[in-house]
Design a protein around this ligand. Structure first.
Ligand code: ZN
Length: 150
């Protein structure tokens, strides 16, 4: 499988996976490669991004956001996502240790084998979160507010 950066005439950029370079050419000719944003089939390869972050120096300055309009499909997907987040949250609250604002410190200790390997959750500042990610420590943002029963 190979991934291509593609763009449509409206300059929407997106990635698509193909079995091979020739599979991409064939699907393009057949008109089945379409822009996920506007459905255009007049697709070309996008030029490579000019700046590639050096490995180990990934910047986490911004996160993708969406502001939808009133759209039944979007509302349905948002409702599904909220249910999934609620499930994730309740599982985490039942099965992980709450460490409050010691999260970053505790996650680091576990990562470096200085504390028992276990699931934890708590609060972390943006700065702490960036540092953890830069150290290669796997963490996941938990949507919603802080601990409800605290
Ligand atoms: Zn498009």
């Amino acid at each position: 499988m190979i991934v291509f950066d593609l763009k449509c005439p409206e300059n929407h950029r997106f990635e698509a996976w193909f079995k091979s370079s020739s599979a991409y050419e064939e699907q393009l000719k057949a008109g089945i490669v379409e822009c996920p944003y506007c459905g255009a089939t007049d697709i070309t390869k996008a030029p490579m991004a000019p700046n590639v972050a050096a490995k180990g120096n990934t910047r986490v300055e911004s996160a993708p956001m969406v502001r939808g309009k009133d759209d039944a499909k979007l509302n349905e997907l948002v409702a599904e996502a909220q249910q999934v987040f609620a499930k994730l949250r309740s599982h985490v609250e039942k099965n992980c240790d709450y460490v409050g604002d010691q999260f970053a410190e505790e996650a680091r200790k576990i990562h470096y084998g200085e504390a028992d390997d276990r699931g934890i959750y708590g609060e972390s500042t943006l700065e702490e979160t960036k540092a953890l990610i830069e150290e290669g420590i796997e963490i996941l943002p938990l949507p919603g507010n802080g601990r409800k029963d605290a």
